[in-house]
Ligand binder design. Sequence first.
Ligand code: ZN
Length: 50
Amino acid sequence: MLSIFRKKCAVCKKKAAEPRKYFNEVNKPIVVCEKCVMYAERRAFRKRTA
Ligand SMILES: [Zn+2]
């Protein structure tokens, strides 16, 4: 839960420099770094706008 606020990438678990917000497959809000955006798109994670 706290990892969201620390802006850690949910895919590579590293600090996300330019975090993108997504929901994962169980509708959990996650943060994905720039490098893992393609992975998130492949996994059909949905973008969060807020
Ligand atoms: Zn990442």
